[in-house]
Ligand binder design. Structure first.
Ligand code: DGJ
Length: 710
């Protein structure tokens, strides 16, 4: 809800409020916190005042470089003559219809916003900020854009999506960082009178630093994220005058955008949420993603249990082997078979054929008939592609070497033996749309795994210089927009060497993303918990793979691998047809169990479980009515003599009585009755764990619980 009184605006969600004052030079953030009640317009005693030292305004919602504010700016605009000063004045303020930005995906579900427009007279610019409250998820979005109304060309060198300035300097800065196979590990550091940065330089949102960032102190947390898949940067700066500034947006590193007369530049949409703790912010963010980012027919549709052949066969498969795996998948109760890398061109290794999206008939025996045969078994058919890439050894490269991203006169950098296509070129965009459409039509695929297996280097093509990275992402979104519109029923799963592009931009097109190439149950616990800090379980692809694990060599029991993978969208990734009979039977039971509780597991409210000692971890998903919940608890450091490990369940109805059961095969075995309140006070964990893989040197012990309200 948005209410304006004088120069004040109150934006409210179910449990939080945002109070903004439209001052002459910059809007001010008066309040972000617990929902305000009563006469909120009497805000003068908490309002920040001009501190008398020039242009340095406290708690501003944007800060152009060029005055006496020498902290990190949110805007740096260079005029044609080289000067960088900008001085904005209020033009208008009030509730308005939200603007739809050109070329960028945004959240949906609310039509109105608080719009603040500020004009820069000398440069002829208008800066607009639009804040939208999302009632149901206690989250706000901010869309910022700059229009060159009548001036000469200017160059935008920094243009943040959002600036928040909070009272106090005692915050901690939490980010979710990693690398290939260890994505989104949580790191927290104090912000001690300086700056902390969370940024990516790879051209994508990256496995190194996810854009989601938290600012916390006891009793308070603010989370920010970006609806963007490219280079991002969030920076927090605290100063001894007692403020902390948080800025998020496109990474200004190697960024410079020429804005000609009549043009508008949109910064990617930012989203932010207040909570009393990081866990509460996580709840808000997950709900927001589920309701206002993920879209299309798959938004709330039960996600199919899939079997993917990648770790089962890698590149070396035959039609017969694929059909055997598909048969075993059907027998186990899976619903979708996904043919991964290796089915096209002459793709027997990763050195060749990207860009040649034609059937490798000698291997597949005909991709269309292979897909038909899989469907005839009663499974849907899905396929892998890596549409943004090109191998030097390919027909496409022979025909269009100029489509590869490279700098004239310089040998391009290869990663995984491949180059990237120049998505800033409309001809390349058309080629991708055509080739992906052709594959989807030819195979009638119900699912597409869209992979992306390298970082950006040699950023040069139709666009050049400081515009390249952003124009690439605009090209990517243009392609995805066209394809998802043309194939609305297809389930797109994002992927980038595992989870290197897990962000809100991709989630606007792909309802789910492959979380990590690391399928080891122990390591997945941290990866999935880090991902779930801001993204719901229905967006996280999670597969059971072979033991010992191919990435880590760790052995773990099948039931442990299942318990962990069931924390996301469940799949299996191994040669199912080669497994011993008893393992296939166990998988059949796991899938039957999962299907029975899938609604709650995929779309229920997700709470991560775990204690600070790191001794145990897990998750619980609770149905909206709190009548069904599924909890998985994993003990990571089981020590002889330590018998008092307790799991503090969350999200249950305190006074209600629950029947507590443990998973047993496809069903459950009751272990007792207890109220939600008691279960949240600590469920005893000793003696109730699944069996172990005897080869495991350092096992993880898991158990899945089902709770049914009586
Ligand atoms: C990287 C992905 O993350 C894997 O799942 C697999 O699809 C390979 N690429 C195939 O090359």
């Amino acid at each position: 809800m948005i209410t304006c009184k004088g120069n004040l605006a109150l934006l409210s969600t179910a449990h939080t409020s945002l109070l903004i004052r439209a001052d002459e030079r910059q809007p001010k953030l008066l309040y972000l916190g617990k929902k305000l009640t009563g006469a909120w317009e009497n805000a003068s005693l908490i309002a920040p005042e001009y501190d008398g030292t020039g242009f340095e305004a406290p708690c501003s919602l944007f800060s152009p470089w060029g005055g006496t504010d020498f902290r990190e700016p949110s805007l740096l605009i260079r005029a044609e003559d080289g000067s960088v000063a900008a001085d904005f004045c209020l033009r208008s303020f009030g509730e308005a219809e939200r603007t739809k930005p050109n070329g960028l995906p945004v959240s949906y579900g609310e039509d109105s916003c608080l719009r603040l427009a500020y004009g820069e007279k000398r440069l002829g610019l208008t800066l607009v900020l639009e804040f939208t409250p999302y009632e149901d998820s206690d989250t706000y979005s901010c869309l910022t854009f700059l229009t060159n109304e009548r001036g000469e060309g200017v160059t935008i060198e920094e243009f943040a999506s959002l600036q928040l300035e909070l009272w106090g300097k005692d915050f901690s800065f939490t980010t979710f960082d990693g690398a290939w196979a260890c994505e989104r590990q949580r790191h927290t550091r104090p912000l001690n009178g300086g700056k902390c940065e969370n940024a990516s330089y790879t051209g994508s949102s990256s496995a190194f630093h996810n854009p989601f960032t938290l600012l916390t102190r006891p009793g308070m947390a603010v989370g920010v994220n970006l609806v963007y898949s490219g280079n991002h940067r969030t920076i927090a700066e605290s100063d001894d005058s007692g403020r902390t500034r948080l800025i998020t947006g496109i990474n200004p590193f190697n960024f410079a955008w020429k804005l000609e007369k009549g043009e508008t530049f949109f910064a990617p949409e930012a989203v932010f949420s207040f909570g009393h703790s990081d866990r509460e912010v996580g709840l808000h963010m997950r709900k927001f993603v589920q309701e206002h980012i993920v879209r299309g027919v798959w938004k709330k549709r039960a996600r199919p249990v899939l079997v993917n052949n990648w770790e089962g066969t890698y590149f070396s498969f035959t039609r017969e082997r694929i059909l055997n795996i598909a048969r075993a998948a059907k027998e186990a109760g899976a619903e979708l078979f996904v043919l991964d890398d290796g089915w096209f061109g002459r793709r027997d290794t990763d050195t060749t054929s990207l860009g040649d999206w034609t059937d490798y008939e000698e291997k597949t025996g005909g991709i269309a008939s292979l897909a038909d045969e899989v469907r005839a078994m009663g499974l849907s058919f899905g396929i892998w592609m890596e549409p943004e890439m090109i191998s030097e050894e390919s027909e496409l490269y022979g025909a269009h070497p100029e489509w590869a991203m490279k700098i004239p006169g310089r040998a391009p950098v290869e990663m995984r033996h491949q180059l990237m296509l120049d998505l800033t070129s409309p001809a390349v965009q058309d080629y991708i749309v055509e080739s992906v459409s052709k594959v989807l039509t030819q195979t009638k695929a119900a699912y597409l795994k869209w992979d992306y297996n390298r970082h950006m280097t040699d950023t040069f093509g139709q666009a050049v210089g400081g515009e390249y990275y952003h124009r690439y992402i605009l090209g990517l979104y243009a392609v995805m927009e066209r394809l998802t519109a043309a194939f609305p029923e297809v389930l797109f799963e994002g992927c980038a060497s595992g989870g290197a592009r897990f962000d809100l931009g991709i989630l606007c097109y792909s309802p789910q993303i492959w979380t990590s190439d690391n399928t080891d149950a122990r390591e997945r616990i941290a990866i999935q918990a880090g991902t779930a800090a801001a993204y719901p379980q229905s967006t996280m692809g999670a597969h059971v793979s072979a033991s010992p694990n191919h990435q880590t060599g760790n052995a773990s029991a099948l039931s442990v691998r299942f318990a962990v993978a069931a924390g996301g969208v469940l799949g299996y990734e191994c040669d199912l047809s080669a497994l011993p009979e008893e393992e296939r039977a166990a998988i059949k039971e796991q899938i039957a169990f999962y299907k029975q509780y899938r609604e709650t597991m995929q779309f229920g409210t997700y709470y991560s479980l775990g204690d600070v000692s790191g001794e145990w971890a897990g998750y619980i998903t609770v149905s909206p009515e709190k009548d069904t919940a599924v909890a998985t608890v994993a003990v990571l450091k089981k020590r002889t003599g330590v018998q008092n490990v307790r799991a503090y369940l969350r999200g249950l109805d305190e006074g209600a009585l629950y029947r507590v059961s443990v998973r047993e095969g496809a069903g459950v075995k009751e272990i007792g009755l207890s109220t939600g309140g008691l279960l949240m006070a600590g469920l005893r964990l000793d003696g109730i764990f699944d069996e172990q893989d005897a080869r495991s040197a350092n096992p993880v012990f898991t158990r899945m619980f089902v709770l049914q309200k009586l």
